[in-house]
Write a protein that binds this ligand. Structure first.
Ligand code: HEC
Ligand code: HEC
Length: 279
């Protein structure tokens, strides 16, 4: 009976439309306001492109490090032309960049505190310091833009705290116990900006509290709390085939994210591990 079949088909189609509309309302975030994308395109994107006089941290343009080469969360599209991004790319960049702002508390936005000098309240940044103080015009431009967005719209989930006791008891074990045939992290990460694995001072085999706190501060900079797969600490020593960084001038300690040690560190980064039991 073709008639009946048709009715059934029509019903089905209507149901499908209803279901997909429901799903659409429940899942897809509302589209961004066109004016916000436009102000991003005119005031923020040029800042990412701007040459700063070199290729070193603090002097390289943001796009030099924050495009496809990176597995970080801050990953811009590779500009379609030397002049910059096309409209589709700008939309994607906007989606990504709004994960790095906090419209509920603009000054706390990672987009502001990463390039800011630690002495001025910045978090520290492998890419270097771009703003010495909060008075710098570029900092002010970004802050003003974040303030122009709807205040309740781009608010990140609260970040978990990394537990210091677990760091001392379990994370530092990673630095103490190199895999067979590997050089210790401390050989290359014993001091300076990347010095998350300083050796205990002469005469001791364990770190004292002060040394551990210094190391903890560095590691905090290399972690995105709550987000292990985009945390530099867990990307660099992970094999590229397993989702790690394309390059590390050091060792690859984990082949895949299934490695139990990687898993342990990941749950610490998610704020799920505290105390001194490492198993
Ligand atoms: C020399 C390479 C380099 C340059 C240039 C650079 N960065 Fe970075 N950036 C990094 C690396 C590596 C990280 C991850 C480690 C860290 O957070 O310090 C990072 C992290 C960040 C983060 C945190 C991302 C997140 O997921 O929370 C922000 C925000 C950021 N950079 C902004 C900028 C801005 C803005 C510029 C340009 C003014 C810039 N960076 C230039 C290398 C660079
Ligand atoms: C032979 C020297 C060497 C060893 C050993 C080494 N690394 Fe590295 N590592 C480097 C160098 C050089 C860099 C900077 C260049 C790069 O990113 O590859 C780096 C970068 C890093 C970064 C990013 C630092 C930053 O400021 O953005 C992390 C995280 C890291 N290494 C983790 C580790 C861990 C964990 C170990 C031990 C399991 C380790 N590395 C062992 C040489 C080493």
């Amino acid at each position: 009976m073709p008639g009946r079949l048709n009715v059934t088909r029509a019903c089905l189609a209507a149901m499908l439309v209803a279901v997909s509309m429901d799903a659409g309302f429940a899942q897809a975030p509302a589209a961004p306001r066109p004016a916000d994308v436009e102000s991003y395109r005119t005031t923020i994107e040029p800042l990412f492109m701007r040459g700063r006089g070199g290729t070193e941290p603090g002097f390289a343009s943001c796009v030099m490090c924050h495009t496809w080469q990176t597995k970080l969360r801050f990953a811009l599209d590779t500009p379609a032309t030397p002049a910059g991004w096309n409209a589709d790319q700008t939309r994607r960049n906007f989606e990504m960049i709004t994960k790095l702002v906090n419209t509920g508390n603009p000054e706390s936005s990672r987009l502001l505190v990463k390039p800011l000098a630690p002495a001025a309240g910045g978090l520290g940044h492998t890419g270097g310091t771009f703003w010495q103080s909060r008075n710098e015009p570029e900092y002010q431009t970004v802050l003003k833009w974040i303030r122009s967005l709807p205040a309740d719209r781009y608010v990140p989930a609260p970040e978990p705290m990394l537990d210091f006791t677990f760091f001392r008891s379990c994370v530092q074990k990673v630095f103490q116990n190199p895999l067979e045939g590997h050089i210790r992290c401390s050989n290359c990460h014993g001091a300076g900006l990347m010095g998350f694995a300083p050796l205990p001072a002469a005469g001791r085999s364990e770190w004292n509290d002060e040394e551990a706190k210094r190391a903890f501060a560095v590691i905090n900079r290399l972690v995105v709390p709550g987000n292990p797969i985009q945390s530099r600490f867990l990307l660099k020593p992970l094999h590229p085939d397993g989702g790690g960084s394309y390059a590390h001038n050091g060792v690859r300690r984990w082949q895949t994210r299934n490695d139990p040690e990687w898993q342990m560190l990941a749950s610490w980064v998610r704020g799920e591990r505290t105390g001194n039991s490492c198993s």
